[in-house]
Design a protein around this ligand. Structure first.
Ligand SMILES: Nc1nc2c(ncn2[C@@H]2O[C@H](COP(=O)(O)OP(=O)(O)OP(=O)(O)O)[C@@H](O)[C@H]2O)c(=O)[nH]1
Length: 524
């Protein structure tokens, strides 16, 4: 039965509930295991979150590229119409006026357009989709003008972004060369797209806190960027991570990189436009991508820490309980030993004669009954010595009662020394009478022991003025029997030994007498 309470040495009760503490410990352990499994799953989830972000930026980039491509294409279509007619029909003022009217109508339908202008071979303005052309309308120094003046190709050219001299808006020019009939340089038709148009479209996407969108030329010139910074329009970004990746990887790709502009680590997805020399990139910051995942990890870690703490507390409690249990068990064992020792001592005292240290009458009676039965079962002899101190009354009278007690003590010691077999039992039968019960001993053996004791008493030479021998002497009656099944007690043995003792007294004392006739009569 499990112990629940113990008393300590200081009587403070110790409440021990190891089963309850163990149960809580077990539950916490199971929860912690579950959390570890969840934590492992969360670690795997990091890659899933990044993959999802990769798909999101890929789709965003695709939409941005499509919009940019469509915007440029719409402007370019307007240019192609103008350039084809001028190439074919020359640049007569009447034709120019006609085309200008058409341009104004076309431009009105294209919200992205800042304007469409035609310049002559010197860079002077000829026609415009705007209200009117001004005298300062000269773009000979513009990069796209110089490009077309040098290169006789029929492709559209996307120039570097700049500030419009007419509207003051930030613009991206797309232009085409106009040739004379002989193929010589006749001028340039240019459509300018408001960079704000790209910014408005970029603003529609959800980028979280630190996301970014970029539009740049495939030669590494920034067109626009979200978050917008006007100083970056037209900036060289060839050393930036997106351009480098574009150069090394190809027309589209995805990678985690750190931006040169703001030092933030982002997941980038970029794409080259299908028809124009521009590159679009969109990016989500890794902080945003992994924010939810990190929150989950933190929550799991916090719960794990709490559970670990609970485990630790209950683990320590369990250890303390086990210690308490062991201490209590030890105290209990010690108390049991002490009790057993006290019981043994009490039992010894209850069976011992206080004066001589021999067994007392009670012990003798118990031993006689037991040995009698044992002898009956084993068919072995049982002998008894009945010892009486000669003239002891006179001894007391002469030397006093305390001296008589000392004398009895001495005789007790001598008697203990005289019998050597462990089964023998020497006892004080009453007054100055002593007995020795001798299992498995016949009359002859018992008489030998009796004589040895009588001699031992003589050798002690205890002075006894009232004894004719001058010293203390003893008379001993010896009897033995072989108990039969029909004899139930040892009383007959006592009587026989007592009679033999009387004969020893009658015979002159200081002698041993054996009750041989009685012995024979008791054999069953
Ligand atoms: N000192 C002392 N004396 C005891 C004790 N028990 C019995 N006696 C005395 O022993 C004496 C026994 O005397 P008796 O029975 O007359 O026998 P006796 O004087 O020994 O003479 P015999 O037996 O005939 O030799 C009595 O005086 C008892 O008082 C005891 O425990 N201590």
């Amino acid at each position: 039965m499990p112990l629940r309470h113990w008393e300590t040495a200081g009587n403070a009760p110790i409440r021990v509930r190891p089963a309850k503490a163990g149960a809580i410990y077990f539950v916490a352990l199971v929860m912690l295991s579950f959390l570890i499994a969840q934590g492992w799953a969360l670690v795997q989830m990091r890659d899933v979150e990044i993959d999802n972000a990769r798909i999101a930026t890929f789709n965003m980039t695709r939409a941005l590229a499509q919009q940019a491509d469509d915007t440029l294409r719409a402007a370019d279509v307007a240019l192609v119409g103008v350039v084809d007619r001028l190439n074919a029909e020359g640049m007569a003022p009447s034709l120019l006026a006609q085309i200008e009217r058409l341009l104004k109508q076309t431009a009105a339908k294209l919200p992205a357009l800042d304007g469409v202008n035609v310049y002559d071979a010197q860079g002077r303005g000829l026609i415009t989709s705007r209200q009117q052309i001004t005298s300062s309308f000269d773009i000979a120094d513009r990069e796209y003008f110089q490009y077309h003046a040098r290169n006789n190709d029929t492709q559209a050219h996307v120039g570097t972004p700049n500030t419009s001299r007419v509207s003051g808006a930030l613009i991206l020019p797309i232009s085409r060369r106009i040739n004379h009939a002989d193929g010589t340089f006749a001028g340039v038709a240019v459509a300018t797209i408001e960079i704000a148009y790209f910014r408005e479209f970029q603003a529609r996407f959800k980028l979280e806190n630190q996301g970014a969108i970029m539009l740049m030329t495939d030669t590494g010139i920034m067109v626009t960027r979200r978050p917008f910074d006007a100083s970056l329009v037209g900036a060289d970004v060839t050393r930036g991570p997106v351009f480098k990746m574009y150069r090394s990887t190809g027309p589209e790709g995805t990678a985690v990189m750190t931006a040169k502009v703001d030092g933030i680590e982002r997941l980038y997805s970029y794409r080259h436009l299908d028809h124009y020399p521009l590159v679009v990139a969109s990016a989500l910051s890794m902080n945003d991508v992994l924010a939810a995942w990190r929150k989950n990890i933190e929550r799991t870690l916090a719960t794990g820490a709490v559970l670990l703490f609970v485990l630790m507390v209950f683990g320590l409690r369990l250890i303390a309980l086990i210690g308490e249990r062991e201490r209590a068990q030890q105290a209990l064992t010690e108390a049991q030993h002490a009790l057993e020792s006290v019981n043994r001592e009490l039992e010894r005292l209850s069976l011992q004669d206080g004066l001589t240290g021999l067994s007392n009458r009670r012990h003798f009676d118990m031993a006689l009954e037991e040995e009698f039965k044992r002898a009956m079962r084993a068919h072995t002899p049982l002998a008894l010595l009945m010892i009486d101190v000669d003239f002891f009354k006179r001894f007391n009278d002469t030397y006093g009662h305390p001296a008589g007690d000392d004398c009895l003590k001495q005789l007790g010691t001598a008697l203990r020394l005289a019998h050597s077999r462990p089964g023998d039992l020497a006892a004080r039968y009453g007054g100055e009478e002593l007995v020795v019960l001798l299992p498995n001993t016949d009359t002859g053996g018992a008489a030998e022991l009796a004589e040895r004791f009588r001699q031992a008493v003589l050798e002690q030479a205890i002075p006894h003025a009232g004894n004719p021998a001058g010293f203390v002497t003893v008379s001993i009656g010896v009897a033995s029997c072989r108990p039969g099944r029909n004899q139930a007690s040892g009383n007959a043995l006592i009587e026989a030994a007592d009679k033999a003792l009387y004969r020893a007294k009658d015979g002159g004392r200081n002698r041993v007498c054996a009750d041989l006739p009685k012995l024979r009569s008791m054999v069953g």
